[in-house]
Design a protein around this ligand. Structure first.
Ligand code: FAD
Length: 406
C-alpha cells in the first residue's frame, strides 16, 4: 500500500512526486512506470538525444540518488492493467496488486500506429520512448533513405536530425501543409521551405497505401497514387492515443483522454489524471475540454495535484508553452492559436528571426517565436492578460512587446 501511487514515470509522474516532497508530504510515494529507465525527458528523443549530442544520463529528470533521498519508491518496468476504485487497488501485468490512498494517473499516450499492410514490420519506428530511439540509432549505420510519415513537430524534428546526419529524407504529410494542427499557415510554409532548403523532400496532400516489405523488413513506402519511395527506415509520427483504458474500464468519464476538473480530479474517488492523457477545460482554449501534449502542461498539472493532495485549492490556469528545435531554429510558442481570426507578423522570416502573433476578437491569444526569445518572454503577458494592442505597433518588430502589455 502507498499513500500516493503514481502510475506513469514520465514528466508528469516525476514532477508530481518531487512536488509532493517539496510540499513536505510525509506519506509513502511510489512512482510506477512500464519503461525500465529512471524518469527521463522525452523532448530530446527527437532532438539532441537522437542526434547523439546528449547522452542518456544527461536527459534524466533527476539522478537515481535523488529519488532515494526523497524516499520515492521507483517501481520500474511494471505496468498497471486494471484499477478497482472501490477497493483503492490496482492490478499489475504480473498479476500482483497494490493498494493506494490517492492515485495519480500520468500515463501519457501510445503512438498512433498505421493500419496499412506492413505497419508492424522491422524498420518502421515510432518516436515515443528511449527504446524506440535506441533501436533507430542502432539502424542508422545501414540506413541511407528515410521516409517520415507525418509532418508534425516530432516528424519534422526527426527529419532535421536525419538530414543533418546526411540521410536522404522524405516527409509525407496527408494535409496541405506541415504543422497544420498546431500552427498558422505562415509558420507551416516557413518550416516547409526550411526543410526543402536542407534537401528534405517534403510531400504534401499524400496518402500512404502501405509499407513495402521484404523478408519482414521495410524497404519502402507505397503511396495511394502508386508511387514507391524506397527506404531503409520509416518513421511514423502521426500522434498519440491517450493510455487510459484501465481508468475508462473502471468507470472514469472520458473519451479522448480522461476527463478531469480544475484540480485534475477524475470522476473516480481519489484518482487524479495529469499530462498528455488528461482532458481538461482550458481557459486559453476558450474553456474547451482539450488535451495538451507538452512538458509545461504535464509539470503544471502535476504541481496542481500535489497541492490538492496537500489540501490546497489552486486550480489549473497556467499559460501554455512549448518549444521545438529544428536545424538552427528555436521555436518557442506561448498560448494556444486554435480559433485565431487574425495573424500579425513581426519581423521577416527571411531574416530567420521573427514572431507570428495570433489574435482572436482583437486580443492576443498566442505567439510562435522563431529565434526570437525576447518576443516569447515578453509576449507571455499579452497572452495571459488577453491584451488587445494596436495592430500597427504589434507588427513593428522595433516596438518591444512589453510596452504593449501595460
Ligand atoms: P509521459 O512523459 O509520456 O509519461 C508516461 C509514462 O507512463 C510512460 O513512460 C509510459 O510508458 C507509462 N505508462 C503508460 N501506461 C502505463 C501503465 N498502464 N502502467 C505503467 N506505466 C504506464 N513537449 C514539449 O513541451 N516540448 C517539446 O519539444 C517536446 N518534444 C517531444 C518530442 C518527442 C519525441 C515526444 C515523444 C514528446 C515531446 N513532447 C514535447 C511532449 C512531451 O514529452 C509530453 O507532453 C510529456 O512527456 C507528457 O508527460 P506525461 O507525464 O503526460 O507522459
Amino acid at each position: 500500500h502507498y499513500d500516493v501511487l503514481i502510475v506513469g514515470a514520465g514528466h508528469g509522474g516525476a514532477q508530481a512526486a518531487l512536488t509532493l516532497r517539496q510540499q513536505k508530504f510525509e506519506g509513502t510515494i511510489a512512482l510506477l512506470g512500464d519503461e525500465p529507465e529512471l524518469p527521463y525527458e522525452r523532448p530530446p528523443l527527437s532532438k539532441d538525444y537522437f542526434s547523439g549530442e546528449k547522452t542518456f544520463e544527461r536527459i534524466l529528470i533527476r539522478p537515481a540518488a535523488f529519488w532515494e533521498e526523497r524516499n520515492v519508491d521507483l517501481l520500474l518496468g511494471r505496468r498497471v492493467v486494471s484499477v478497482d476504485p472501490a477497493a483503492h487497488r490496482v492490478t499489475l501485468a504480473d498479476g500482483s496488486s497494490l493498494g493506494y490512498g490517492k492515485l495519480i494517473w500520468a500515463t501519457g499516450g501510445s503512438p498512433r500506429r498505421l493500419t496499412c499492410t506492413g505497419h508492424d514490420v522491422k524498420g518502421v519506428h515510432a518516436v515515443r520512448t528511449r527504446a524506440d530511439v535506441d533501436t533507430m540509432m542502432g539502424e542508422l549505420a545501414t540506413t541511407n533513405r528515410v521516409v517520415v510519415i507525418g509532418g508534425g513537430y516530432i516528424g519534422l524534428e526527426a527529419a532535421a536530425v536525419l538530414s543533418k546526419l546526411g540521410k536522404q529524407v522524405t516527409v509525407l504529410e496527408a494535409l496541405d501543409r506541415v504543422l497544420a494542427r498546431v500552427a498558422g499557415e505562415p509558420l507551416s510554409r516557413f518550416y516547409e521551405a526550411e526543410h526543402r532548403a536542407h534537401g528534405v523532400d517534403v510531400r504534401l496532400n499524400v496518402a500512404v497505401d502501405c509499407i513495402v516489405e521484404k523478408d519482414g523488413r521495410a524497404v519502402g513506402v507505397r503511396l495511394a497514387d502508386g508511387t514507391e519511395l524506397p527506404a531503409e527506415m520509416v518513421i511514423v509520427g502521426i500522434g498519440i492515443i491517450p493510455a487510459i483504458e484501465p481508468l475508462i474500464a473502471a468507470g472514469a468519464a472520458g473519451g479522448n483522454g480522461v476527463d478531469v476538473d480544475g484540480q485534475c480530479r477524475t470522476s473516480l474517488p481519489d484518482i487524479f489524471a495529469i499530462g498528455d492523457c488528461a482532458a481538461h477545460e482550458n481557459g486559453f482554449a476558450g474553456g474547451a475540454r482539450i488535451r495538451l501534449e507538452s512538458v509545461q502542461n504535464a509539470n503544471d498539472q502535476a504541481t496542481i495535484v500535489a497541492k490538492a493532495i496537500m489540501g490546497g485549492d489552486d486550480v489549473y490556469s497556467a499559460v501554455p508553452w512549448f518549444w521545438s528545435n529544428q536545424y538552427d531554429l528555436r521555436l518557442q510558442t506561448v498560448g494556444l492559436s486554435i480559433g485565431h481570426d487574425r495573424i500579425v507578423m513581426r519581423g521577416d522570416p527571411a531574416e530567420r528571426s521573427f514572431s507570428i502573433v495570433y489574435l482572436k476578437d482583437g486580443r492576443v491569444i498566442a505567439l510562435d517565436c522563431v529565434n526570437a526569445t525576447k518576443d516569447y518572454v515578453q509576449g507571455r503577458a499579452l497572452v495571459a492578460g488577453g491584451i488587445a494592442p494596436p495592430l500597427d505597433q504589434l507588427a513593428d518588430a522595433g516596438v518591444q512587446l512589453k510596452t504593449l502589455a501595460a
